[in-house]
Design a protein around this ligand. Structure first.
Ligand code: DC
Length: 221
C-alpha cells in the first residue's frame, strides 16, 4: 500500500508589494516548508518573450513560443527555482522591462494553464507556501489554508522604491485585478492579513495565528 498523500499547500495571494514574498519566505522558513514564488514563473515567461523580441500583446506568438521552450522548475534551499531552456534568468526577472510587460503575458490563458500545472506539480514532492494572485482561487482552491495579504497603497509604493524598483504598482494591480482569466481576488475561505503595520516577525506570527484558526495543526512555541 502506498503512503498517504500528506503534502499540503498554504496559499498567499495579494497585490504587488503587499509584503507577501517576504511573508511567504519567512513563514516557509519558520514552518520548514518550501516557498514557491509563482510570480517568478510569469516573469520568466515574460523575460523569454522579450528576449525573443515577441510582443507580449501578440498572443499567437507567445503561444507558439510556449510550444517550443522547456521550462524546468525545481527547489533549491527550500525556495522554488525556474529555468527556461536551461537558463536561469536571475535578476533579470525583476527588471523594469519585465515589470512593464508581465501583466500582459500573465493574462494569456495558455500561459496560465501551463504554469498552473507546474505550480500544482510542486505538491507531489513538498508541502509548500505558494505566493501569487490566484493560488487560493484557482491553483489550490481546496486547500483550507488561505491568506490574502494586503497593505496600504502608500506602504506598498514605499516598499517598492526601497528595493530600487521603478514600477507602476497601481497600474499592474489594476491589470491583474481586471483581467478575465484568474484575476486577483480574495479567494473563498481566505483571511485578509494587512501587513502595513507589521514587522517581518509579527507578520509571520499573525499568519501562523490565522493558519491555526484555519485548522493547520501547529504546536505552540
Ligand atoms: O508576485 P509578482 O509581483 O512577482 O508577480 C508578477 C506578475 O505575475 C503579476 O503582476 C501578475 C502575475 N502573476 C499572476 O498573474 N498570477 C500569479 N499567481 C502570480 C503572478
Amino acid at each position: 500500500m502506498s503512503a498517504p498523500h500528506t503534502h499540503f499547500a498554504i496559499a498567499l495571494d495579494g497585490p504587488a508589494a503587499s509584503g507577501k514574498s517576504t511573508l511567504a519566505k519567512n513563514l516557509a522558513a519558520r514552518l520548514g516548508l518550501v516557498m514557491v514564488n509563482s510570480g517568478a514563473m510569469y516573469r520568466a515567461v515574460t523575460w523569454k518573450a522579450l528576449k525573443e523580441n515577441i510582443s507580449p500583446s501578440d498572443n499567437g506568438a507567445v503561444v507558439e513560443m510556449l510550444g517550443r521552450i522547456t521550462i524546468t522548475t525545481g527547489v533549491k534551499e527550500n525556495l522554488s527555482t525556474i529555468e527556461i531552456d536551461g537558463e536561469d534568468p536571475g535578476d533579470a526577472l525583476r527588471s523594469e522591462e519585465v515589470n512593464a510587460n508581465v501583466s500582459a503575458i500573465s493574462a494569456i490563458p495558455e500561459v496560465r494553464v501551463l504554469l498552473v500545472n507546474l505550480q500544482r506539480d510542486y505538491l507531489q514532492g513538498h508541502s509548500i507556501v505558494m505566493e501569487g494572485r490566484d493560488i487560493g482561487s484557482v491553483v489550490f482552491p481546496d486547500t483550507p489554508y488561505k491568506i490574502y495579504v494586503d497593505a496600504a497603497e502608500h506602504v506598498r509604493a514605499a516598499r517598492r522604491s526601497q528595493v530600487g524598483e521603478i514600477d507602476s504598482v497601481a497600474a499592474r494591480d489594476a491589470a491583474d485585478s481586471k483581467r478575465n482569466t484568474s484575476p486577483l481576488v480574495i479567494a473563498e475561505g481566505a483571511t485578509v492579513l494587512d501587513t502595513s503595520d507589521h514587522t517581518i516577525e509579527s507578520g509571520v506570527d499573525a499568519a501562523i495565528d490565522i493558519l491555526r484558526q484555519q485548522g493547520l495543526p501547529l504546536s505552540r512555541p
